[in-house]
Design a protein around this ligand. Structure first.
Ligand code: ZN
Length: 198
């Protein structure tokens, strides 16, 4: 549909590659941006470029950060003997919001999914293994309650078993098939509290 302009169509194409954004929404967003002052659009575009170039994975827990080591990993009050394993950086934020957890995290950036060709080398499992030393007294698995989360939970439990580090999983307060980041604070806090050995 080329009835407007090539540059608008280009932006619409790009926006519609984003998750949950269809063509119709993409077009609405493009028109919205066109109605904003030039300065706003410049800031918008440069903020995105800056985010992409400036943000990296924390060298310890692999979450997104502007620094070599993220604020949580470098915080002196955090309990270094507990590591909570999650799939996405957004899960870290969800658990932090509960204000109930004082340990560290490890972000896998995904979960094992043999059907989609996502294997152990495609998520941050080596990085996790390299963190597991005498200091770690508990590994909490807080993965999404779906098939991929379950496969990953079992895989990690097996991977860690020779190290004799207790592995727990969060309780099933989180409904099956849902995403951790969408669970409400109370449910998540309860699930964390009621974790069980894997
Ligand atoms: Zn970190």
């Amino acid at each position: 549909m080329q009835f407007t302009s090539e540059s608008i169509e280009h932006v619409v194409e790009l926006l519609s590659t984003l998750p949950t954004i269809g063509k119709k929404t993409a077009r609405r967003l493009a028109f919205h941006l066109l109605r904003q002052p030039q300065e706003f659009v410049d800031q918008f575009a440069s903020a995105m470029v800056q985010m992409r170039t400036g943000v990296r994975e924390c060298s310890v827990c692999c979450t997104f950060t502007d620094r070599e080591v993220c604020a949580i990993c470098s915080h002196e009050k955090r309990d270094r003997s507990v590591i909570c394993v999650v799939e996405q950086p957004s899960d870290v934020m969800a658990i932090e919001k509960t204000n109930d957890y004082r340990g560290l995290y490890h972000v896998l950036h995904g979960a094992l999914s043999p059907l989609d060709g996502i294997g152990p080398d495609d998520i941050r499992l080596h990085e996790l293994l390299s963190r597991l030393n005498m200091q770690v007294h508990e590994l909490i698995l807080a993965l999404n309650p779906n098939v991929e989360g379950e496969v990953t939970t079992q895989y990690i439990a097996k991977m860690v078993s020779p190290l004799a580090i207790p592995v727990t999983r969060i309780a099933r307060g989180v409904p099956m098939g849902s995403d951790l980041e969408f669970a409400d604070d109370a449910t998540l806090a309860r699930a964390l509290e009621g974790r069980t050995p894997v």
